[in-house]
Design a binder for this molecule. Structure first.
Ligand code: COA
Length: 374
């Protein structure tokens, strides 16, 4: 039975579904909580909705002034708002925290109602397919009959591809950004090193901790990831070979840090203050397992199901989800006679450009949506 959706005051008030949810693995979650936020109003037909898929450490708070009532800027603030590509005047915008994450949706830090104990590593592994099925339940509960647009970057982009293959009749337009059809061996390798950093922290305790837990392991995982989120060009421009505390001699003082080292330390510490290591483990594994062809005879058979307009966006300097992956996906769709196009963000920011280059993103998404109306 689906509980009544109450008007949202705080993100901490999730949609609660008190019936068992079967995961792709066949395992059951007896109860689901889905934390979400909305902007704008749903039209009478229920088909002006935009669904935003967030990335690895993101949350439902994609923009400010949504149903959570917070004026704090959201992580996609530059894309959501009056006059921007995702305008609450025209769209009903929804973003929900991912299954397995730690911002209010059921995950490894939740209590298992069967044991009344922390799930920790007894939480079943979730997949991008599970994530979108959970979000479909939410959209059904909100009265959305069809998505005008589904959009997201990175792990969010992976979810967009999964939406396209699994829910072909539910989506008019889709924009996957810097996110692939299948977790690449490159992404799996980086994720594995990050997880090992967490497992090797003595505070990991197989995920059975209270409070912060393996903070040095999670910080190291984030530092590794941050390198893959940026680019050689940006690090030169931003830090060069500068020292954090310049010395007087030819050689730096022993123990002196370069600016780039100090930056990575800072980013590691920042994540520890806001994210749970268990969710980091589960969500990176979901990225590894992501494969839209799973359950189909081939990748082409899976992609042949797509019925939406697709604009895939790559980033010229991305060294995590290389732009050639996005281009190749679009070429494959065109080969299957699908309505697909490719655009590329030009930026020194690397993978993180999807969180920064708003002028380019707004123009691309606006053009794409207008093209669909003509
Ligand atoms: N030493 C120490 N700290 C430094 C530094 C240095 N040499 N140079 C900058 N910093 C700190 C700044 O003080 C600032 O700290 P604060 O955030 O605590 O105020 C921070 O680094 C600014 O850098 P950054 O966060 O990288 O800002 P940016 O403008 O380069 O990037 C975003 C903008 C939106 C991409 C970034 O803020 C963000 O959200 N990153 C998330 C990365 C992420 O999760 N990507 C998703 C990939 S799936």
């Amino acid at each position: 039975m689906i509980a009544e959706v109450v008007p949202f005051e705080r993100i901490e008030s999730p949609l609660v579904i008190d019936e068992a949810f079967e995961l792709e693995s066949g395992e059951l979650l007896p109860r689901l909580e889905i934390a979400f936020e909305t902007w704008g109003s749903l039209n009478a037909a229920g088909d002006n909705a935009v669904y935003i898929c967030h990335a690895l450490t993101g949350d439902a708070h994609a923009g400010s002034s949504g149903s959570a009532g917070s004026v704090r800027p959201g992580w996609w603030e530059g894309l959501i708002g009056s006059g921007r590509a995702l305008d609450p005047e025209n769209h009903y915008i929804v973003c929900a925290n991912l299954l397995g994450s730690c911002y209010g949706t059921t995950g490894p830090a939740s209590i298992d109602p069967r044991t009344e104990d922390l799930y920790a590593m007894t939480f079943p592994q979730v997949t991008t397919r599970d994530m979108i099925r959970v979000h479909r339940l939410l959209l059904d509960a909100l009265g959305v009959t069809r998505l005008e647009l589904v959009i997201g970057g990175s792990l969010g982009g992976m979810q967009v591809w999964q939406w396209l293959v699994d829910e072909p009749d539910y989506i008019a337009n889709a924009v996957p950004i810097a996110g692939s059809l299948q977790g690449s061996p490159w992404v799996i390798a980086l994720n594995q090193v990050a997880r090992q950093a967490i497992y090797n922290d003595p505070a990991w305790q197989l995920g059975r901790y209270n409070g912060r837990g393996p903070s040095s392991g999670l910080a190291l995982a984030r530092m590794i990831a941050m390198i893959s989120y940026r680019s050689d060009r940006q690090f030169w421009q931003r830090f060069g070979r500068d020292l954090a505390e310049p010395g007087t001699g030819e050689l730096p003082e022993p123990g002196a840090n370069f600016q780039v080292e100090s930056y990575l330390d800072h980013q590691g510490q920042k994540l520890v203050e806001r994210f749970d290591a268990r969710s980091y483990v589960y969500l990176t594994r979901a990225m590894d397992l992501h494969d839209v062809a799973r359950g189909s005879a081939s990748l082409d058979e899976a992609l042949a199901r797509i019925r939406s307009r697709v604009m895939a966006i790559g980033i010229d300097s991305d060294v995590l989800y290389y732009p050639h992956e996005m281009r190749a996906a679009v070429e494959r769709l065109i080969g299957l006679r699908k309505a697909a196009s490719y655009r590329e963000i030009q930026s020194p920011y690397g993978h993180d450009a999807f969180l920064v280059e708003y002028d380019q993103l707004n123009a691309m998404v606006r053009d794409f949506l207008e093209g669909g109306r003509s």
